[in-house]
Design a binder for this molecule. Structure first.
Ligand code: FHN
Length: 423
């Protein structure tokens, strides 16, 4: 009997993902105890036996899955992607494939099972899992010579964990892989990053698409998408820009997702107070949506299981903006209108202008090709539906040609992002 393997997420899954537009990324693990970000084991050259001792200290007594899911929901985040196992190799769920896991700590509980139950209770936030391809702890990844294990043993572990994640926690919306980066020069300091062979992506992706037909497969390798990957991701950059220095890949014709830290680190970093403002975050959300990308915004909870109050506050403020103007983000696709000081999104023949500079009084649209009849365009303020006058200019400056101009009175502008609807 031939096994039917799905080669991509279902159309429903892909559409749901693109409509969702805004998610919460969570980096949480043993590294949260040291509070010096998720790469602390590598950066501080902590030997495995030393790092393993952290497991005996992990007891997030303030963890409350319903609270985390409510923070995401109140922020307007439609999904959560949480680290099931990061590069340090510690599993944050009750895996049957390793004893190096959260249920073997003083905490004893499975926080991912509790998050899955909390998402199911609410019904308006879906859950997905981050899975690190590299593993600084697993004997079949890092210590094959000493352990006598083979690369195939690690592949069995990796694929086995993905099968657990796709089987034991209900319907999930993504599996988000990370760690297979051709950019890393494998020198002595990181030779143990080097994979011992293929990750066997075709079988891995088929496994996901077969067990979770609506889940999108994402692999954060910073190169052109491979067969079976449903979305293309950009890390710390908008699609097409490369401030981070490793986003040199062409933007593919796939659903897109931008992932970013709220401050400068993914895992909890006590010294990092460089938290982005709500205004900047709302702009990043709008800019991502304007190029057809989701915005996956990260929080790094503490070892006690708390999302930082500053991060919760920023997310609440984003939720307040989305409560008024969410129609310009959710369910939209890349914008068709270009103008100074802002970006646009669209839903069919409805266009949303995101005015990102508070002191911009008027929007001028020069490329009117998106309108069948520019003279019939109507403008309203999103939020209170205030009608706005639309001037079709052209005779006054023949060299510039026809253009539409919409002006918004100062008292009607939002301090962070004023949205005008054109129909
Ligand atoms: O090394 C990881 C890092 O810790 C974090 O998980 C980010 C999230 O996109 N991905 C890798 C860096 O590219």
């Amino acid at each position: 009997m031939t096994t039917i393997t799905a080669k991509q997420a279902s159309p429903n899954g892909l559409n749901w993902f693109q409509d969702a537009r805004f998610g919460m990324f969570i980096h949480w693990g043993l590294y949260s105890i040291l509070a010096r970000q998720e790469w602390v084991m590598h950066i501080e050259c902590i030997p495995v036996p030393e790092y393993e001792k952290l497991a005996a200290q992990f007891n997030p007594t303030r963890f409350n899955a319903d609270e985390w899911v409510s923070i995401a929901a109140d922020a307007g985040q439609k999904y959560i992607v949480i680290t099931s196992r990061h590069h340090d190799g510690f599993s944050m769920y009750d895996t049957a494939l390793s004893d190096y896991k959260v249920t073997n700590t003083p905490f004893k509980r499975d926080p991912i099972a509790e998050l899955a139950a909390a998402c199911a209770r609410r019904g308006d936030v879906k859950l997905g899992f981050y899975s690190s391809l590299l593993d600084w702890h697993h004997p079949a990844y890092r210590f094959r010579a000493e352990s006598g294990l083979a690369w195939a043993d690690y592949i069995g572990f990796l694929h086995g964990q993905v099968r657990e994640l796709c089987t034991n926690y209900g319907e999930i919306m993504t599996v988000w892989f990370d760690g297979d980066w051709p950019r890393h020069p494998f020198d002595d300091s990181n030779a143990y990053f080097k994979p011992g062979g293929s990750f066997e992506y075709e079988a891995l992706y088929d496994l996901i698409h077969s067990l979770q037909p609506h889940a999108v497969v994402h692999n954060n390798h910073h190169t052109a998408p491979k067969p079976g990957e449903d979305i293309q991701g950009f890390e710390q950059d908008l699609p097409g820009s490369n401030l981070a220095g490793f986003n040199t890949t062409e933007v593919a014709a796939l659903p897109l997702e931008v992932c970013m830290t709220l401050n400068d680190h993914w895992g909890y970093c006590e010294a990092d107070h460089n938290h982005k403002t709500a205004r900047h975050l709302i702009h990043l959300l709008a800019r991502s949506a304007s190029v057809g990308a989701n915005y996956l915004l990260n929080v790094g909870p503490t070892a006690l299981g708390e999302i930082l109050p500053t991060h919760a506050s920023r997310l609440r403020e984003m939720g307040q903006w989305l409560g008024q103007f969410g129609a310009s983000i959710y369910g939209t696709r890349a914008g068709a209108l270009a103008f100074a000081d802002g970006v646009s999104t669209r839903k069919g023949d409805t266009h949303y202008l995101h005015m990102l500079h508070h002191n911009t009084e008027c929007v001028t649209l020069k490329d009117l090709s998106a309108f069948s009849d520019p003279a019939a365009v109507r403008a309203n303020l999103l939020g209170d539906d205030t009608p706005l006058p639309v001037a079709l200019l052209g005779d006054d400056a023949p060299l510039i040609g026809n253009r539409l101009q919409i002006c918004i009175p100062p008292h009607k502008r939002h301090p962070h992002n004023t949205v005008v609807v054109l129909q």
